[in-house]
Ligand binder design. Sequence first.
Ligand code: PRP
Length: 218
Amino acid sequence: MRRGQIAIALPKGRLLAEAIKLFEATGVQGLEGLAESRRLLCEDFTGAYRFLVLRPADIPTYVEYGATDMGVVGKDILLEQERDVYEPLDLKYGACRLVVARPTNLEDKGRPVGFSSLRVATKYPTLTERYFTEQGVQVEIIRLSGSIELAPLAGLCERIVDLVDTGRTLQENGLEEVEEITTATARLIVNRAALKTKYQQVRGMIERLTAAIQGGGA
Ligand code: PRP
């Protein structure tokens, strides 16, 4: 990394396009085409910033270890991972909900009869465990990496815990929401050391992002 350069982690997938728009609204230039391309690394025109496009779940790790100074990531992932990062800003986009869902045609709409403990498939084992423990319900958590909605159809589990945005994925796979666990939006996270060693640049970017959000820049 060039001296004084700020490295920023951007999440692949649904949060990427808006994240790019937000940084462009702060005055960063040179990100055109990044969302559509297969490029994973991109410097802005001035060389002051370097952007890395990463799997969302890896972004807190990059930021905690200082491999990137800051990053954009969903609150759901932050709650799940509890990484030691500074979270100065709600970027106010990408709103979605983490919910418990079950097959629509389940005969017993409550706890399935005959199950000693409920099997729940999810990408969020920590949040899921905590939620059901608080409810006093014993569950067996099955950790998956994606396409969670398929798991009940395949007979792997009786419930899932997953993100819902429009609700289409649940509906089109014969599932219905039971309860909401939490809501989530995109957040800016910052490496704790970078906040001190690169104070001016980091603070400046937080302020410009804040202004971009308030001005509806993203
Ligand atoms: C997310 C989530 C749901 C879907 C919800 O998956 O896990 O599957 O989006 O969106 P909807 O309510 O608008 O249908 P994502 O596309 O991030 O892929 P994944 O299967 O890897 O989790």
